[in-house]
Design a protein around this ligand. Structure first.
Ligand SMILES: [Zn+2]
Length: 255
């Protein structure tokens, strides 16, 4: 093999690698310690492998005045439980929606106060983001969350430690269940991402606050009945973690 051919192969290999890495990019650590390190220690959860056909749907960035109630209606129709990772300043705007999420049996998680980037964030600012949001959720529901999801999935040692000190468990999502619905990629793309990759114990990432988009809601109208048909049930992240009530919950769909 001559040098030119070898170079070609190397270029193709690098491009393929680049493609794989960008297509399936995982939430990232900003300090170089990767998934394996934090997953082994139980500091961060990406998914919860299970023998049972259970899935945790998660909705970030809300509450939203219009979309969240639409999603709540769909979840009720399909007897599905989900987890809402809410943003503190939006909780203060729409506390009644967060209360409704809680009263209908969904789980509320902390997703920071103003969705600031957590890369290079100071310890003080990070603590403020966590505490203000804990307080807003407590004021709305009477309960403090035990789950935290960092904006953009960015984490580092400081964030992990602050979560632990404040009894919050950091939750990310299954690497192949990032629907990217925040970018309004089209209903089909959201649906296919979930349906083509679904596996027991997955944590699916969606958003109930996406500016000017109904795609998440429209995708759910397809995803929920299809996964129920395949025998899956939908639980909160804490239920997924505690492995309780898992085997075959009977689902009756009300019209
Ligand atoms: Zn977010």
């Amino acid at each position: 093999m001559n040098i030119l051919n070898m170079t070609r192969i190397l270029i193709i290999f690098s491009l393929a690698n680049l493609f794989i890495n960008t297509t399936y990019a995982e939430p990232h650590s900003t300090l170089g310690k990767g998934r394996e390190y934090y997953e082994k220690r139980g500091d961060i959860i990406w998914e919860v492998p299970s023998q049972n056909k259970v899935i945790a749907l998660t909705f970030d960035d809300g509450p939203d005045y219009t979309r969240t109630p639409e999603i709540l209606n769909l979840l009720k129709q399909y007897q599905a439980k989900a987890t809402f990772f809410v943003v503190g300043n939006r909780v203060e705007k729409f506390p009644h929606i967060v209360k409704q999420e809680f009263l209908e049996g969904h789980e509320i998680g902390n997703h920071s106060y103003d969705h600031a980037s957590f890369q290079n964030i100071s310890r003080t600012k990070l603590l403020t983001e966590l505490n203000l949001t804990q307080e807003a959720i407590y004021n709305a529901t009477g309960h403090k969350p035990i789950l935290f999801r960092p904006p953009g999935g960015s984490y580092n040692e400081t964030a992990v430690n602050i979560c632990k000190e404040n009894d919050l468990l950091m939750i990310l999502w299954s690497w192949d269940q990032d629907t990217k619905d925040w970018a309004s990629p089209g209903v089909d793309k959201i649906v296919n991402k979930v349906l083509n990759n679904v596996d027991n114990g997955d944590i699916i990432l969606m958003h109930d606050f996406v500016h000017n988009s109904t795609q998440t809601v429209d995708a759910l109208k397809i995803i929920l009945p299809e996964l129920i048909k395949r025998g899956y049930s939908f639980v909160t992240v804490s239920e997924l973690l505690s492995n309780k009530d898992l085997p075959g919950r009977h689902i009756e769909v009300s019209e």
